[in-house]
Write a protein that binds this ligand. Structure first.
Ligand SMILES: O=c1ccn([C@H]2C[C@H](O)[C@@H](CO)O2)c(=O)[nH]1
Ligand SMILES: [Zn+2]
Length: 136
């Protein structure tokens, strides 16, 4: 799938954002290794901290459907520059995606920043850290 197509899927998912509190719509599109696309939007809650970001919505949809092998992610919001994923989403990406997986950070003006999972979260806490402690 083309990068532009994945970005368009993220824009379509963004339209479904549930954002009565921030009014800030975010969309994500996660491409699986076998060519499926999971869209995600941010979903807010009157208890603000229960909000789920677009990126994690897409990730959790995929994993809950049995997909855990990913090829690329696109994220879009109406930001001045390419949107910057929050720390929680960076940690979730690091759990399931390879360090060099491409991530396309975009906005509605057509800016596109191509980065990777490890660039977004260098030195992520990982399962290897847990394994080391467990074998002692
Ligand atoms: O990368 C981001 C940044 C923010 N948000 C959401 C969370 C909340 O609904 C709103 C404002 O933080 O934007 C995302 O979905 N993804
Ligand atoms: Zn987030």
């Amino acid at each position: 799938m083309e990068k532009e197509q994945l970005i368009n899927e993220a824009k379509a998912a963004r339209e479904r954002a549930y954002v009565p509190y921030s009014n800030f719509q975010v969309g994500a599109a996660l491409l699986t290794a076998d060519g499926k696309v999971y869209g995600g939007c941010n979903i807010e809650n009157a208890g603000y901290s229960m909000t789920n970001c677009a990126e994690r919505t897409a990730m959790f949809k995929a994993v809950s459907e049995g997909d855990k092998s990913f090829a690329a992610l696109a994220v879009v919001a109406d930001t001045k520059g390419p949107v910057s994923p929050c720390g929680a989403c960076r940690q979730v990406l690091a759990e399931f995606c390879s360090p060099d997986m491409p991530v396309y950070l975009t906005n509605l003006n057509g800016d596109v920043q191509e980065t990777t999972v490890s660039e977004l979260l260098p030195g992520a806490f990982s399962t290897e850290d847990l394994d080391y402690a467990a074998r002692k």
